[in-house]
Design a protein around this ligand. Sequence first.
Ligand code: NOJ
Length: 562
Amino acid sequence: MSSPQWWQSAVVYQVYPRSFADSDGDGVGDLEGIRQHLDHLSALGVDVLWLSPVYRSPMDDNGYDISDYQDIDPLFGSLDGFDALLADVHARGIKLVMDLVVNHTSDEHPWFVESRSSKDSPKRDWYWWRSAKEGTVPGEPGSEPTNWGSFFSGPAWEYDDATGEYYLHLFSRKQPDLNWENPEVRQAVYSMMRWWLDRGVDGFRMDVINLISKDPALPDGDVRPGEEHGRLGRFVIDGPRVHEYLAEMHREVFAGTDRELLLVGETPGVTVEEARLYTDPARQEVDMVFQFEHMQVDRGASKWDVLPFDMRVLRQCLARWQEGLADVGWNSLYWDNHDQPRVVSRFGDDGPCRVESAKLLATVLHLQRGTPYVYQGDELGMTNYPFTSVDQFDDIESVNYFHESVAQGEDPQDVLAGLRAMSRDNSRTPMQWDDSNHAGFTTGTPWLPVNPNHVDVNAASQVGAADSVFEHHRRLIALRHEEPVVALGDFTLLVPDHDQLFAFTRCHEATELVVVANFSGEPAELPGVLADRCAGAELLIGGRPDPTLTPWESRVYRHRSR
Ligand code: NOJ
């Protein structure tokens, strides 16, 4: 990379507005609630706020189903309220990045309402309409144009009685896919993006952006044993025109602006090779991508089939991404977001070593090469929720999966166990501000239950408390701002075969950081090779330079002139 970019030394904080802070007592978080808690972000020291969708929406997928791209849903506030939030965020020197959901709209978006009204509608071709498979009866099960299964269970095609055709929806039936082959669609999206930039936002996190180009032949997918529908990934992930579209978007929306913007693509299923293409600065597509491989290291046959966690697999995966994007492109670094369970429960220890393991996960995250994303509650070491019944879940993906699996004869208790470990609702429970009723999130009834551990795990007890997870994150963020090696240094994995230690160096000019993390609940001896590496270095983060690391202990050493 030629000259350093501002976002290389930045840290992003993700807010999921429904669950962050409720200012009006309706049990759902809102923009005013975020505005009232900006001190929290300033105290942490983050540079960018990424706001999950707040647009007008029927909320089938909690706002990832948008019915008006240029308005705020009344549940969250108004455009005036948005402007007030943006002004306050900017006044604190923080940037604001919007979620951009343009692979699909809501079925209640006027574009889709118009499109579905008739086969002759001028917007018919704005979505993927197809007739039933040849020789079948339209509307009957099995007559869908392809055998594809949607990401949210059931077929990826919905039959529409009015015109006797099907429309494509990779996600819920209320999220029809836009047809990016149509240049009018692309221009409408670009014009909406320019409208938000003119309003003052500082960039976009682009939802499933690598799914916007589909193989126009729409071939059937492979059906795996025990599955009802075909896999669609091969035909929609990193599709034939996706790079062309992103380059065009860049030209149409971002070229010529001298503002410091952040463009991040969410790219499920992306490979290292494709990620290099998306993020190569010379190609002018996006600045960084969200890849998912490290979120699948504990995945069996499906997302719900959870394998025992093996740190060595995680380490190898992360190191491969570090090395793969070393010379071209850039990593987004994340553990949690609104689509993942809480990492302390997943890769750490949410029991006796919750605090230590949350700190270790933070150390390993912030000190890799890339831009770290802190999801609300990460900085407190929030954990999964102890779900006991399907009625406690709200998430469409989880609820659909439960009902489909039980209908296919699976044991409800087994299905529930999968949801408890992997459901997205684990990270969507309300933010834990204090130990009061509903954790200070709302004065009403929260839309999702508050984790009972909020009496111990909350912001009020951690902000300013020297040994807290919050203060640990704050130190790591400050280190990135102060010490160029964190943003710019190269990455080298150390002791790659060790069973407990995840260790690496970061080097830039004369400075070297050595990061050592005991990713286990047992003490770990510092092997000779690491002890030598740390000898004479300053211990920047971590308690004592003992030869033995305590369970889940992490340390950062610095050499000034290597
Ligand atoms: C990815 C988003 O992060 C997720 O929450 C959503 O359900 C899907 N895209 C569909 O928009």
